[in-house]
Write a protein that binds this ligand. Sequence first.
Ligand SMILES: Cc1ncc(COP(=O)(O)O)c(C=O)c1O
Length: 453
Amino acid sequence: MSSKRTEELLKWDREHIVHSRYGIGGNIGIVTDKTHGIYFQDTDGKDYIDGASQLLCVNLGYGQKEIADAVYKEMERVQYSMLFHGFSNIASIECARKLGELVPEGLDHFNFTSGGSESIGVAMRLARLYWRSKNRASKTKVVSLYDSYHGTGHGGLTATGSGRGFYEKDAGPIAGGYIRIPSYYCYRCTFGLKYGTCNMQCARFLAEVIEKEGAESIAAFIAEPELGVGGMIAPPPEYWPLIRSICTKYDVLLITDEIMTGFGRTGKMFAVEHWGIKPDIMVMAKGITSAYLPFGAVAFDGDIWKELQGKNLVSYTYAGHPTCAAAAVKAMEIYVRDKVAENAASAGRYALNRLKQDFEPLACVGEVGGLGLMLGIEIVADKDTKATFDPNLHIMQQLQDKALEKGMFIRTAEITSGPGDRICFAPPLIITEEEVDKALDILYHILADLKPK
Ligand SMILES: Cc1ncc(COP(=O)(O)O)c(C=O)c1O
């Protein structure tokens, strides 16, 4: 039973607030009141393990007082200072310096934004501006992946391939000049091939598309190093090196979207480090401030920087907001000092072992996988045929509801808007092995009770 206060808050919320990816006029029935460690607490004092770092953004967990203090100090000093018209501020300069120490070598030129979708917009603009500046103005098209998510701003929405049209269904028409190709989802390979004997057709398909469309028409290829919203799906190890060499061969800029994978999530500071590749443009947000404040960044390489000297890149009012930049500087200090990526790697290894040993044998689990603490569990109604549950049963919503009842938040990717029914396990990166066990115990009992239909 909820308290009177909670009921009042929920009623007001239902009548006035629109929630993302939830029916307008409704809410799930939880109002967050406090947060601590890997938990958020509702207005009736119930704690929930945050099994997804909310939107895979609260990488450092809750209650990092040092970030709050840094933000307060900066806001007391400078409340706002634009980066327009050549003006600058100390927090942004410190942030660029700090980021420069963390990103792959050579990517130390930055534009700042207020979040993921804006950063994707900047990356698209940057890529086109670059080719125009090189007198190759016909290079404008952007290739992206089905099953990808790049946000809901116009450029990002158009690149987003998750749900194969789901996100643009009622928001179209989408922008022209974008091409989507199959993703690297081995469990349900679009080409009907098997990893090991597939000759990496998904990566090679990029070369085929570039050749047929004409390399002189393609500006960039954009993808997530591991599919996030699509369901925590890691690529086969050969994928990214091959993609890098195809982009180089055809003079196509490689944009990696590290909005979800960045800042330790996959067990490295940035996911591209797993394969030792360097993108031309790298997009960041979410974990950059551990989501304590909205902020994003686009890093790009020295060639682009040199080419664009003296050119104009229009940007956003809150780009380089000093308060947000100060939060990012402090968050980055904590990532390095507390070896957060290293903890994500070891806690992730521990969790994946348990998922493989205990969960994979369950009747409703098709496969488990992922990097670091960005793990996915495929839910199927039939392991042999890989058939999913009837979408009308809303199994994933039921699993989420059960987990909430037992005090844990899980995020899911559903077959209606993603490539499969998948549960995401992506807690804050400061999680201990004991806490991993506590979370996975809850999930195990829920999944063990789910019987194939
Ligand atoms: C990989 C990726 N790109 C872009 C975005 C969009 O970011 P935002 O919601 O901050 O606009 C997201 C958000 O989940 C994401 O996961």
